[in-house]
Design a protein around this ligand. Structure first.
Ligand code: FAD
Length: 412
């Protein structure tokens, strides 16, 4: 088992770390307070190739591996969650799905400009009445000659108002539950397709969250991705990719909370000595160390499976659940280590706390991930979905051969 990074992986880690130190962190608190999405930093990410990091070079991407993607997400979220969110929706949820399910012509048309960072993309799955329960979505797509007519609404969509393209899921067969969902690329400017920002949310103030509205939008049939009825499968594949970036980004939150807490605990004195000398403070530091290293191991396990081309739904779900919960806990503890200063916007610690909350909700809530893990363990769902493969270090796996799988449980 080799835990070392290649020269190429170290280079991308160093490069993204320097970008975050020089450009993201110096303006992070200011942009957060101002609720400002800094597009110049997105341009900087595009120049570094981050908007197509794991997309092959033939489609305009950087052609790097999933370990590099994880390292980049960790560095980026150490700076600002809003920009890791962009990698999650643009690369993870959207571009990787196009890479797998789109036709060659569709890839040239949408994937290549996305991977080059010339166009931004979002992912429209969630609706007001359908989050975890994807199959209950109401947005409809009715075939009429050469077009599908879309009607409905999506909410809580990251980069909804900023993106040029959206991968949108709609029911082509309303009676067929998850088998009646299809996926379409919608382009901004299509008649009847509008968007709006979501105001007053707990965190990610320097990012973008919004709604998508479809009012008799005539979407050309050539914008259908994959087959009619394949949308649920595409959405679940997308989530395997997006969740991985969420988990990797969470490692960045834990790391920055740990680093800043260690630094502060060495300097801040009470009762004549640095607070780091007190065991109660050491306990908080130790919890962060545990959270960081266990999260990182789970993320790297998932990265390895992805790079091997092995189905990793279970391992990615485990990494996402554990890393996002650990990040929120680390941010909570970091505030405590910093005392009242941790509570102040100026110190920038409370920003990590607010921003670490949403990842416990999106791309599968913690409860959905617990349910997935338990169902895998109990044999109620096929190990790792369809393929039945499991990480080689999960020694209990072979003893738990899947029995008849139950109905699919989604998780937007
Ligand atoms: C900041 C932010 C950005 C987002 N970005 C996107 C995006 O880009 N694209 C997109 O499509 N969506 C996005 N979402 C939406 C997100 O994916 C959903 O909020 C999420 O899937 C949960 O759905 P819900 O909010 O409807 O909660 P619900 O599904 O209604 O769940 C409510 C509660 O019930 C629990 N619950 C539900 N079902 C079960 C069950 N079977 N067993 C046990 N407990 C259960 C949940 O865990 C939760 O605690 C975003 C959300 C946020 C907050």
């Amino acid at each position: 088992m080799d835990f070392s990074l290649t020269d190429e992986q170290r280079l991308i880690q160093d490069t993204v770390r320097a970008f975050v130190d020089e450009r993201v962190l110096p303006v992070a608190v200011e942009n957060d307070i101002a609720h400002k999405l800094d597009l110049s930093l997105i341009e900087g990410m595009a120049e570094l190739g981050l908007l197509g990091i794991v997309i092959p070079e033939e489609y305009g991407g950087a052609g790097l591996d999933f370990v590099s993607e994880a390292l980049s997400c960790e560095e980026i979220e150490r700076g600002e969650a809003a920009f890791r969110t962009l990698i999650s929706v643009h690369v993870g949820l959207n571009s990787l799905s196009l890479l797998r399910y789109a036709s060659e012509e569709q890839k040239q048309r949408w994937l290549t400009p996305q991977a080059r960072g010339e166009k931004l993309a979002c992912f429209g799955l969630t609706e007001p009445a359908a989050g975890s329960d994807v199959a209950s979505m109401r947005t409809s797509a009715r075939r009429e000659g050469d077009v599908y007519v879309l009607n409905g609404q999506k909410n809580w969509i990251s980069y909804a108002t900023v993106a040029d393209h959206a991968l949108v899921f709609a029911k082509t067969d309303p009676g067929a539950k998850h088998k009646g969902i299809s996926a379409f690329v919608l382009e901004k400017g299509m008649k009847g397709f509008t968007s709006r920002d979501t105001e007053h949310k707990l965190g990610i103030w320097a990012g973008s969250t919004g709604e998508l509205f479809f009012e008799n939008v005539e979407v050309p049939a050539e914008n259908l991705i994959g087959e009619e009825g394949q949308g649920f499968e595409i959405a679940m594949y997308s989530l395997d990719q997006g969740r991985f970036t969420v988990a990797a980004g969470a490692c960045g939150v834990i790391r920055v909370c740990l680093e800043r807490s260690v630094e502060y605990a060495r300097e801040r004195e009470t009762f004549g000595q640095p607070i780091g000398k007190y065991q109660f403070v050491q306990d908080m530091i130790a919890e962060m160390v545990l959270g960081y290293e266990t999260s990182k191991l789970l993320v790297m396990q998932a990265a390895w499976l992805k790079d091997e081309g092995v189905r990793n739904t279970r391992e990615t779900s485990l990494a996402k659940w554990h890393a996002t919960e650990s990040a929120f806990k680390a941010a909570h503890l970091a505030i405590q280590v910093h005392g009242a200063y941790g509570y102040s916007a100026e110190y920038g610690i409370e920003r990590y706390f607010r921003n670490a909350r949403a990842p416990i909700i999106y791309e599968g809530t913690t409860q959905i991930h617990k349910l997935m893990q338990a169902e895998h363990a109990l044999g109620l769902r096929k190990l790792n979905g369809r393929d039945g493969a499991i990480s080689p270090i999960a020694a209990w796996g072979p003893a738990l051969l899947a029995r008849e799988p139950g109905p699919p449980v989604a998780a937007g």
